[in-house]
Write a protein that binds this ligand. Structure first.
Ligand SMILES: Nc1ncnc2c1ncn2[C@@H]1O[C@H](COP(=O)(O)OP(=O)(O)OP(=O)(O)O)[C@@H](O)[C@H]1O
Ligand SMILES: [Mg+2]
Length: 855
């Protein structure tokens, strides 16, 4: 038999809880329970201890092989080698770890500042705490728009409707009440006295007793199946494929070097170490660190510009975003809505309409939106004679809300909602002039429609107000009561456009981001806003039209349309999906319950701090100011981040790769190793150090002018152009060392160590910009670090430490030749780079034209 589910247990059976109910838990008790039950997170976060996180870095197979191999070599007498290698490995892992950890911590802190909070009673007082701190036994207070923080029993409820589609698939809100249930009610759908974590409050309010938290909740149990491991962003996919490419090349090269060396009967352990060191040199081991540090830094810079990033990888998507869908209220308009008129069906100003609207707004317990506030702020209406009996909460499908009211003599259902919807529900209308209700026939309907459409065309948002007498013993309001209504009239509101919106939209358009407006409001009103903001309307689709076409047709039409009006949440989502299917990187900006699905499915979901929990939870980023200018800044910041990561990738694939390539080549014809394993590692870590400040660097204005995506073929082509140049100069160095300086093994290795490091490091100044390196200035710290690393490389052979690395001081002549070669090298790379960009631009345009023709 199935064990008894918790919502069937009797509440009175737990005196320990109940006695404390009104006071809630004491802080001390809550702390104890938090320790006992763990934080209230439904997905186990891998909160590994710092030490474990650190140690897990050594799992890298290359690092392990290297350590083992050098340990073996220690037995054969090479103890210094072993020490050096261990030290370098330790240093590089630590560098990597510290950088990443520091950056992530700062970004985490920011993220917590916008985390969802819950109101609980602790020590007899209402306290707002982070959802993660909720424990079993807590009393939580819920109201419309909240996310339910844990699983619990309803103790008190007023018109408390919950949307729990996530768990049960029911799309309509269900009502929850306190009370005991029959023992057969073992399914979640039947648990009308309980609420579940992750579902959301649509209307009303409640007090609940938390019973289960964290992974013990219903959602926790199925967390694995629903854990939408956020689909990898296009950037992450690109980076992964890039990693694979390098990996394959590395394996090939290492095997090759190893075989050749063994063929020529070189000492096998040395050859092996050499090959592994080469592999270490080849892997872009800093890439993950550079990515997370750059993203974390991007997040910090965005925070200064009033944008909090919840999912760091989304920064990249923001940079690649070429299409932004947004709702209207609060984004394009001020959201300081005022009620301007209240008129009857014939357009005469009517106190009765105001009174009914006021009653509806006053008694409805859903999330008060700006329209309700406008009604309540307009003029005080005495409601004391009325008592609320029940309500049917607002939802975005029917677009109206009803309250059932009683004043002792009459019982009325008062309904308000979108004008079209309300008129559709009415069979009669009333006017001020006559006490009679007149039937709403076809001709009356069209007259009335013209009337409120005229209001909408003037830019008024219009709500219809209707009512109906019901029987005195009618106990509950239900959906089916909303028929045969009497139309009382309309309330008209002004929602002035935001002054800043027009210029912000321009800026975004100029930055290559197309804007589309996706709103539940009517097309006339939206058009009016567009006119005021100078947004040309390129095409309009209404919810009704969207409903009638299939996804395929929708895809064809979303491209040209830029207004989507009277759309419900599901249709909003379809629009986003269609745009994504067309290959766009889509952002969505919204703040309502109705925006949550779209916020999820867009590549970047953006919400505002004042938004409802459900929207904030679904979003990847939170604007602290509802302002499109902030978003524009953030987009540029995202592209900057992208630019810096690209620099690292391009460095790794061109110069570094060329060097390692020549190393493999040189080992074929030299009677000795071209560089000792320890020297390769030192070379590699010095090079890494020079790259650590890349996240700080500025990015050229032209690179952030338009959306960018990670293009693997671009990287590969760049590598094929720059890599060989690097190798050619390496071979020239070999020639100089052997033929001009008549170098022996030690000198050869020293010379090449210095040369390869100089070229590898200094080329950053060329690669970091598409334009002239003389015009685009690198960040001073990056410049300083790079020069310092070069200086260290040159001086090292003259120091006692250099002796341990088996360096030999090169003659003065070497340095003359070296500087000449480095200068020529940089010059040649600069020329090649310019040629490459010119070629790739032309190529890009050609492809573009071709695509345009094909479409
Ligand atoms: N509190 C309310 N009472 C009655 N009707 C409402 C209420 N709130 C919204 N509506 C109706 O539902 C429609 C859709 O709501 P709303 O405008 O909030 O949708 P939206 O998609 O979020 O649009 P927006 O771009 O304005 O944010 C409104 O135009 C209005 O007609
Ligand atoms: Mg909205």
């Amino acid at each position: 038999m199935k064990s008894k589910v918790w919502w069937l247990e009797s509440l009175t059976g737990e005196p320990d809880h109940l006695s404390k109910l009104n006071a809630g838990l004491s802080s001390a008790e809550a702390r104890k329970r938090l320790a006992q039950f763990g934080p209230n997170l439904f997905r186990e976060r891998d909160e590994k201890s710092l030490l474990r996180q650190y140690l897990s870095r050594f799992k890298n197979p290359l690092v392990l092989i290297l350590l083992v191999a050098s340990a073996v070599s220690a037995f054969t007498g090479e103890v210094t080698n072993f020490l050096i290698i261990s030290f370098i490995v330790l240093l590089s892992v630590t560098l990597d770890f510290v950088q990443e950890h520091r950056a992530n911590q700062a970004a985490d802190k920011l993220r917590q500042s916008v985390s969802i909070r819950a109101i609980v009673v602790r020590d007899s007082q209402n306290k707002e705490i982070s959802v993660a701190q909720v424990v079993p036994g807590d009393l939580a207070l819920l109201s419309a728009g909240d996310l339910i923080p844990a699983d619990g029993r309803v103790l008190e409820a007023r018109d408390f409707f919950v949307k729990q589609a996530l768990l049960t698939g029911e799309t309509y809100p269900v009502e929850k009440h306190p009370g005991e249930l029959p023992t057969t009610a073992t399914e979640i759908q039947e648990a009308t006295n309980a609420v579940f974590m992750g579902t959301s409050v649509i209307s009303g309010s409640a007090r609940i007793l938390v019973v289960k938290t964290g992974t013990a909740t219903a959602i926790g149990e199925i967390a694995d199946s629903i854990s939408r491991q956020a689909p990898a962003t296009s950037f992450e996919l690109g980076a992964r494929r890039f990693g694979m490419l390098i990996m394959r090349l590395t394996v090939l090269m290492v095997l090759f070097v190893l075989l050749v060396n063994l063929w020529f009967h070189k000492p096998w352990l040395d050859s092996f170490l050499f090959a592994v060191a080469l592999a270490v040199g080849l892997t872009p081991e800093l890439l993950p660190m550079i990515i997370s540090v750059t993203l974390a830094r991007g997040a910090l810079r965005m925070a200064k510009k009033h944008m909090i990033v919840k999912r760091p990888a989304a920064i990249q998507d923001l940079g690649s975003m070429d299409m932004l869908c947004t709702d209207k209220t609060g984004t394009l308009t001020e959201a300081k809505i005022t009620m301007e008129r209240h008129v009857d069906a014939e357009g005469q100003s009517s106190e009765r309409v105001l009174e009914l609207a006021y009653l509806n707004s006053f008694f409805e317990s859903g999330l008060k939106n700006p329209l309700d506030e406008a009604i309540l702020n307009h003029q005080h209406v005495d409601v004391t004679s009325w008592k609320k009996v029940d309500e049917v909460p607002f939802d975005f499908e029917r677009r109206c809300v009803s309250v059932l009211l009683d004043n002792g003599q009459d019982r009325w259902l008062v309904v308000k909602g979108a004008a079209d919807e309300i008129v559709g529900l009415c069979t009669h209308y009333e006017t001020q002039g006559s006490p009679l209700q007149r039937p709403l026939d076809e001709s009356a309907r069209s007259v009335i429609q013209t009337q409120y459409h005229a209001l909408e065309a003037e830019g008024f948002r219009v709500l219809g107000i209707a009512w109906r007498q019901v029987a005195q013993d009618h106990p509950h309001a239900v959906l089916s009561d909303e028929t045969e209504l009497v139309l009382a009239g309309f309330a008209a509101f002004l929602d002035p456009p935001k002054k800043s919106a027009a210029s912000a939209l321009k800026a975004l358009e100029n930055a290559g981001v197309t804007i589309k407006i996706v709103t539940g409001d009517s097309d006339l009103v939206t058009r009016h806003v567009c006119t005021q903001l100078n947004i040309p309307v390129t095409g309009l689709l209404t919810g009704k039209e969207i409903e009638q076409i299939d996804d395929h047709t929708l895809r064809a039409r979303v491209e040209t349309a830029n207004l989507f009006c009277r759309v419900n949440p599901a249709q909003k989502d379809r629009v986003i999906q269609a745009l994504k299917a067309r290959g766009h990187v889509v952002g969505y900006l919204g703040d309502g319950i109705n925006d949550a699905p779209s916020l999820h499915s867009a590549d970047v979901g953006i919400s505002v701090d004042s938004a409802v929990d459900v929207a904030k939870e679904a979003a990847d980023m939170i604007l602290l100011k509802h302002d499109l200018h902030v978003l524009h800044e953030a987009v540029l910041e995202g592209r900057r981040t992208f630019g810096n990561i690209m620099k690292y990738i391009m460095m790794g694939t061109s110069s570094n790769f060329g060097n390692m390539f020549s190393m493999a080549g040189a080992s074929l014809f030299l009677p000795f190793l071209p560089m000792l394993p320890t020297q390769i590692l030192l070379n590699n870590i010095l090079y890494d150090v020079s790259e650590v400040p890349i996240p700080l660097d500025e990015v050229d204005a032209e690179e952030i002018a338009s959306p960018r995506v990670l293009d693997l073929s671009f990287i590969r082509n760049f590598m094929l152009v720059i890599g060989p140049i690097s190798s050619v100069f390496d071979f020239m160095t070999f020639y100089v060392m052997l033929a001009v300086l008549h170098a022996d093994e030690k000198l050869f290795q020293t010379g090449w160590f210095v040369e390869s490091l100089c070229t590898q490091v200094l080329v950053i100044f060329i690669i970091r910009t598409r334009g002239s390196p003389l015009k685009s200035r690198a960040n001073p710290i990056l410049t300083a670090t790079s020069l310092l690393v070069v200086a260290v490389a040159m001086l090292l052979p003259f120091t006692p430490l250099g002796v341990h690395f088996r360096f030999e001081p090169p003659p003065a002549r070497f340095f003359f030749i070296l500087s000449g070669m480095v200068l020529v090298y940089l010059f040649v790379v600069e020329l090649a780079k310019q040629g490459f960009y010119r070629w790739s631009m032309a190529n890009h345009h050609r492809r573009h034209r071709f695509r345009a023709r094909a479409a």
